[in-house]
Ligand binder design. Structure first.
Ligand code: CU
Length: 326
């Protein structure tokens, strides 16, 4: 048992390194600070950790079965009788039953059934653990997917304290987060690999996912269901931060949008309002009040580094095919 656990840990290290090396070669549309933050092998929350452990268990069992099958295959080849053109045909064995083979097949069936049962039990226990997170003292977010952006509504009591933002979620570290998932058009799928598994977002239905980030950081999510031309760019950033920082951010979102003060922000606003961007996008506090938000309530898109990423992402979408947004 101890050997299996040690083997599992070693395998975990090898897999993480291999995955990280592979990820580094991917042409991700992400800024340097977000390039490695979409990684199911680096769990940042209790749920992702449990899913990863189930993945390792499945991988280890399947690898052992694969090795055993290969070993049996080569053993059978080695043991098979050899013959050439001069060897007389020998078919008498066709009429005999082979007690050794029968025993081997029965043993293989029994082991396979047992291993499948182990996986089934592990799967049930993982599902149970995922659904048993205490939810008191948590926050609630309504997340609606649109082609191709995310609308996040932070509910509050009283409702006048509610606010809405887009393309990024801020959550407090160590606190449960209940997210109601909806879709306004086609089927999308919510997936932030560092925090949890996937959950489909189906028009006309509301699904719920609960998660908790135990490590502060910026985690990249991605729509995991092909939803149209710009599906691959339907990304979402989850910023997990200490409670005080989260509270300050939430208060900032509730305040009316402030006018830009720095030279670069004023230039950015002038550029934005002076071009066709305003035909499609919304930035509160400005005259741009079209359909697609730019990822922030205020013109300066957040102070976490995530906002500018969302801006660049959507600007990239627009520059690739403006007709899609006409
Ligand atoms: Cu989508």
């Amino acid at each position: 048992m101890r050997g299996l656990i040690v083997g599992g840990l070693v395998m975990r290290g090898i897999l993480s390194a291999a995955f990280a090396a592979g990820l580094a070669t991917l042409p991700l549309h992400a800024s340097p600070q977000t390039a490695n933050l979409q990684n199911a092998m680096q769990p940042a929350g209790v749920q992702a950790e449990k899913i990863l452990d189930l993945g390792y268990l499945t991988f280890i069992i399947c690898t052992l079965v694969f090795i055993a099958i290969l070993a049996a295959f080569f053993y059978a080849i080695k043991r098979a009788p050899r013959a050439d053109e001069s060897t007389a045909a020998e078919v008498s064995f066709l009429r005999e039953t082979e007690p050794g083979s029968k025993r081997a097949v029965l043993l293989a069936v029994a082991i396979s059934t047992l291993l499948l049962l182990v996986l089934l039990v592990a799967d049930v226990f993982t599902g149970r653990a995922l659904s048993q997170m205490p939810l008191s003292d948590g926050i609630h977010i309504e997340l609606t997917s649109h082609r191709w952006w995310w609308e996040a509504r932070y509910t509050a009591d009283p409702p006048s304290r509610m606010f809405t933002t887009a393309n990024e979620l801020h959550i407090p570290v160590g606190k449960p987060v209940v997210i109601s998932l909806k879709s306004s058009d086609v089927i999308h799928s919510f997936w932030v690999p560092n925090l949890h598994g996937k959950k489909d977002m189906i028009p006309g239905r509301t699904a719920t996912i609960t998660l908790r980030a135990d490590k502060p950081g910026v985690y990249r999510g991605q729509c995991a269901e092909f939803c149209g031309y710009q599906h691959a760019k339907m990304a979402l950033l989850v910023i997990a931060e200490p409670q005080e920082q989260y509270d300050a951010w939430a208060e900032q979102q509730r305040r009316p949008a402030a006018a830009p003060t720095t030279a670069s922000a004023i230039a950015g606003q002038k550029l934005f309002l002076g071009t066709t961007c305003v035909s499609c996008h919304t930035v509160r506090g400005t005259s741009a009040q079209a359909i697609m938000p730019y990822g922030a309530r205020h013109f300066r898109a957040g102070d976490t580094g995530a906002g500018p990423y969302a801006l660049r992402q959507q600007a990239d979408n627009c520059s690739r095919d403006p007709a899609q947004f006409a």
